[in-house]
Design a protein around this ligand. Sequence first.
Ligand SMILES: Cc1cc2nc3c(=O)[nH]c(=O)nc-3n(C[C@H](O)[C@H](O)[C@H](O)COP(=O)(O)O)c2cc1C
Length: 455
Amino acid sequence: MNHPDTAFESDPKHLHLAFDLSFTHTEGRWARPGSWAGRTFPDVRMFQELAITAERGGIDMLFFGDGTGLPDTWRGSTDAAVEWGVQWPRHDMSPFIAAMSAVTEHIGFGLTYSSTFMHPFYVARLLNSLDHVTGGRIAFNVVASTRVSDAANYGYDRLPEHGQRYERMDEFIDVCQRLWDSVEPDAIVMDRETGRFADPAKVHAIDHHGAFFDVKGPLTSVPSPQGHPVLVQAGNSPRGIATSAKFADLIFGFGGNLASQTRHRSMLDAELAANGRDPADVGILWATQLVIGRTAEEAAARKNEMLAYWGDEAVGAYLSYNSGYDFSTVGSTVNLGDLNETIVATGASPSGLVGQLVTELGADHDMSRAEFFERGWKHAVGFDTTMSGTAEQLADQLEENFAATGSRGGYMIGNPLSMPSSYVDIIELLVPELRRRGTMGEAYPGRTLRENLAS
Ligand SMILES: Cc1cc2nc3c(=O)[nH]c(=O)nc-3n(C[C@H](O)[C@H](O)[C@H](O)COP(=O)(O)O)c2cc1C
């Protein structure tokens, strides 16, 4: 295995793989060749079978991102998102995780909740119970949330300001951690002779009074196998990275661009050191899309399936939601510079599709509406950042990027062409290659998810 070529000096760790199951049925995937026929989301048995298969492949974790609103930016309506299944439907995955854990023994599960909308007492208690049910295999992905449609379901007209959302996250996690510590591990006595259940000296109120929450504590449940679930954070801004460095055990980062990944890694390392933490302990799983084939030609042909066009309504709903700008308003000819200025003026994200087109083609460039949407589709499916090839070719690339980003963490493989076949291919073709090379270590060397991720 290659050694890290960053300034960071430490024993390289094994490469870890997780499957991001956030979008396995949406954006038309449910209808693609290789997807389950005769079964539809959210059939829990689909998830149980995938969990069994993924555990056979030694995958570290099945991960579920979340959002609680419907895409509603395109035409100011949710209709297109509903009609074409754009990032909708999405369930609360906690009961699904419980069901998956009942048919597996080792694989971990990542569950997402927003610290902007949820309450830490509820989340800390739920995660504690899930850690019990899974036998120490739960991770909590805490997000600050970015979408007004999510906020609208929790009584907000608008999202709280960015810095304030991270202040709330800091306090939210602090409360969770104190609640998880509020009952000491040996508090439960259960002495059958005396009938004494627990030692009150080992169960503590937390008496928290902060800017956002007042929580008396203690937690009403008993300590779980991991004590604290593995904490995952996905904020990408300098503020998000600073917050993640305070508590995250693992980071979920944007993949696909090595320059921004190495920047993220070095910013995180500096923040971890500033918090007195060892940068060796915190890996980043890079969001990655893979298309694998038995030959390079087969992989390239499969990758081209991503370009099967979805239609303006669906593409528009996707792009508009993800950039915060309603692209139904574009005319028959699009001037890139003008459109970019309009987007920036509305406060929407300038770094998405249009920003990239301006960089690529120049602000003076005009294109037809049809071309704009076709390019938008390619952007939406992540065509240019999807790696394709044989198991050997992909293993080479993954190893190289892993080494270049500090050899800590690995990859969160998401947005499969179809579920389950894309993941089955990864388990059957790619994982054996990475294990043969020693890049991935022994499957599940520890007892808990935290121990398994530490190798
Ligand atoms: C790789 C990645 C995955 C994310 N997944 C989710 C998610 O599932 N749900 C969500 O509400 N936000 C998600 N986010 C958004 C972040 O949690 C965060 O709110 C957003 O990036 C804005 O914060 P920032 O400005 O610090 O990046 C994700 C972000 C990244 C980088």
